[in-house]
Design a protein around this ligand. Structure first.
Ligand SMILES: Cc1ncc(COP(=O)(O)O)c(C=O)c1O
Length: 407
């Protein structure tokens, strides 16, 4: 828990205490996001894009144009569910022969994180059951913690995984099928189909959180679960159980804070009601920039260079790990995304204890405890390879090896 929140209540008895859930948080995300300000620290902890890929001049020019051309839309309040034109473009972007989407299937959110937060708001009441891929994205755990949920782990690696049993009775099932955060793994097609079938059979909403789907280094992308469930809707509009979430954060720039949810109209209406009490509307400036960036093809044009750069950085990180850490850790080379998940050979190794030593040595990692809903897995760490160039990744791994020798 962060020092600011753990101050004893007795120092200010006249003030009401903070909500109970704050006692169960950690400040690891705050540590990653501020790590850039620590001199010479090599951060391999966050899921941050390479800053040299930001299309600074193009986005600056778009921002100027959209404010001049659409002053009321960009500088005023806008519709809670997002600008109609952007919703329309997103509906078209994800439609296919099997998946019929209209703007009623789309909510624009302030980053992908807001979709997760709103989902907790509309589906989970005290103690409500969430079935989630495990280990899982800690931001999702952060978003749902105030609802005090109960977690059921979806062990997608288990060959005997029973999707119907795993989903039954849950308010929703949470998955990151493409290059999962934190493990970097891909959920295969048979399992995607089994999850969709189980969602249909049980009535449980199936969340497909997909920030990394475009960061596919090798081979063809697998079908989205929402497309696999497209045939569930006899009418002209998708009405199936999959709640698909996306974001421009990894494909273009996280600072725009533009994300989206694609789902059945009833789910979109519920999330819209929740968003009204959250931020009223997403920034009109960045929605218009996002719309122009998608429509002009900038987002699609950015992808090949991004994939080339990230593939080379993945290779550099894996080579450095093989050179310095293979006696202590095992990992799989991910075929996309932003992360390598390294598991200690020694079950007693504790990455929570490694973190402060690593920070002293000048490198930041994400320990496995923050991705475990129960906070107990201490044996692994998530390493990001997209933010730093190859020489810094190699130096980061050398520093990590030095910290491990001190552990
Ligand atoms: C699995 C997953 N979902 C959602 C998000 C949130 O992304 P955004 O920056 O769009 O809020 C992230 C960011 O790292 C993520 O890894």
């Amino acid at each position: 828990m962060s020092a600011r929140l753990s101050r004893p209540a007795s120092q200010s008895p006249e003030r009401p205490g903070f909500a109970r859930w704050l006692g169960t948080t950690n400040d690891v995300t705050q540590t990653f996001l501020s790590a850039g300000g620590v001199p010479d620290l090599i951060s391999m902890a966050g899921g941050l894009p390479a800053p040299e890929l930001y299309r600074v001049e193009e986005i600056a020019a778009l921002a100027q144009t959209v404010i001049r051309d659409h002053p009321a839309e960009t500088l005023g309040y806008g519709p809670v569910e997002g600008l109609p034109d952007l919703r329309e473009v997103l509906a078209r972007r994800f439609s296919s022969a099997d998946l019929r989407l209209t703007r009623d299937n789309v909510l624009v959110t302030s980053g992908g994180m807001q979709g997760l937060d709103l989902l907790g708001k509309v589906l989970v009441e005290d103690g409500g059951l969430i079935a989630g891929q495990s280990p899982t994205y800690m931001g999702a755990l952060d978003a749902w913690r105030p609802r005090n949920p109960t977690f059921r782990k979806l062990d997608l690696e288990d060959p005997a995984f029973d999707a119907v049993g795993a989903l039954a009775g849950a308010r929703f099932a949470y998955t990151v099928p493409n290059f999962s955060n934190p493990t970097g793994r891909l959920v295969g097609l048979p399992l995607r189909q089994a999850l969709v079938d189980a969602a249909r059979a049980t009535g449980t909403w199936l969340v497909e959180d997909d920030p990394y789907g475009q960061l596919h280094f090798d081979g063809a992308p697998l079908p989205r679960m929402i497309a696999l469930s497209g045939g569930d809707s006899p009418g002209p509009v998708y009405d199936g159980p999959v709640v698909y979430m996306g974001t421009l954060s990894k494909e273009l720039a996280p600072g725009l804070r533009i994300g989206w949810v694609v789902a059945a109209p009833a789910m979109i209406a519920a999330l819209t009601a929740a968003k009204q009490g959250s931020d009223m509307c997403t920034s009109g400036v960045t929605q218009r920039v996002a719309l122009a960036a998608i429509e002009s093809g900038m987002v699609d044009r950015a992808q090949p260079a991004m994939v080339r750069l990230y593939r080379a950085r993945r290779d550099a990180l894996c080579a450095a790990l093989a050179e310095h850490l293979s006696d202590r850790f095992v990992w799989e080379e991910p075929v996309g995304g932003m992360f390598v998940w390294a598991v200690a050979r020694d079950p007693a190794l504790d990455t929570d204890r490694l973190l402060p030593l690593a920070m002293q040595a000048g490198v930041c990692i994400a320990p496995s405890s923050v991705f475990d809903p129960a906070g107990q897995d201490r044996r692994a760490m998530r390493l990001n390879f997209t933010l730093n160039p190859p020489d810094r990744l190699a130096e980061g791994v050398r520093r990590l090896a030095a910290a491990l020798r001190r552990l």
